[in-house]
Design a protein around this ligand. Sequence first.
Ligand SMILES: C[S@@+](CC[C@H](N)C(=O)[O-])C[C@H]1O[C@@H](n2cnc3c(N)ncnc32)[C@H](O)[C@@H]1O
Length: 250
Amino acid sequence: MIETATSQPEPVITIRTVDGPRDVDIYTPEGFAIVADLFTRSGWQNKLSYEVTWLGIPIIQLPEDIVMVQELIWKVRPEVVIETGVAHGGGLVLYASVLELLGRGRVVGVDVEIRKYNRLAIESHPLAHRIHLVEGSSVEPETVDQVRSLVGSGQGTMVMLDSNHSRDHVRHELELYAPFVSPGSYVVVFDEVMPMVADAPNAKPGWDRDNPLEAVRDFLGTHPEFVIDPAYERLRTTYCRSGFLRRVED
Ligand SMILES: C[S@@+](CC[C@H](N)C(=O)[O-])C[C@H]1O[C@@H](n2cnc3c(N)ncnc32)[C@H](O)[C@@H]1O
């Protein structure tokens, strides 16, 4: 059956405020922001980011973030994209696919455990010629040394941090990987959604404090060469809120 407009609920959300309940029209900017945040939270609980593939490989990202990352790589045109946290490899293939159309560039993917079938799928993908895999914890000195030797003298490096999402781990990664980022390029920190969904049934205790957003806040306090670029949050539905960090030009 095709639902008609008359079967829809009223376009008003009642929110609780300290001054009592207030109705918000969903067609206003405020209403849109509330609906988008509710969608993000409910979508997280319902594992939306596990639904998507990119050119055949599962990618654990929100569709809106995928579109924003595509815009970012097309605009910045990096020579190298480093990603910590590979999983199935969909992120690597996404970055490689944009670089392929630009006709240049390489992707370096780091994961503490690259499972056999994920490695096989990545290494047999049509874009494998642009992808290098490094197995090891992203914060181990030997891993960073391997990444450094793969990046070489490449000018124009971008970094995606999507591995262990604890505050301390992301803070450590920012210290180790931000120096790779060229002026005008970006480090993108994933999963800032954690404090937003800290009340969800699937959340882990402590996510309201132990999350990548706290790491970003701390990092920015001592690294004025990086600023948050809100342009890449304009779709509102994102797991990278305050997570697109641009290195200012020298
Ligand atoms: C959310 S998934 C990454 C999703 C992927 N970026 C994508 O776009 O589909 C997180 C990955 O981080 C990896 N990981 C966890 N701790 C890590 C660490 N210390 N160093 C490197 N990778 C780690 C896990 O093995 C897992 O594969």
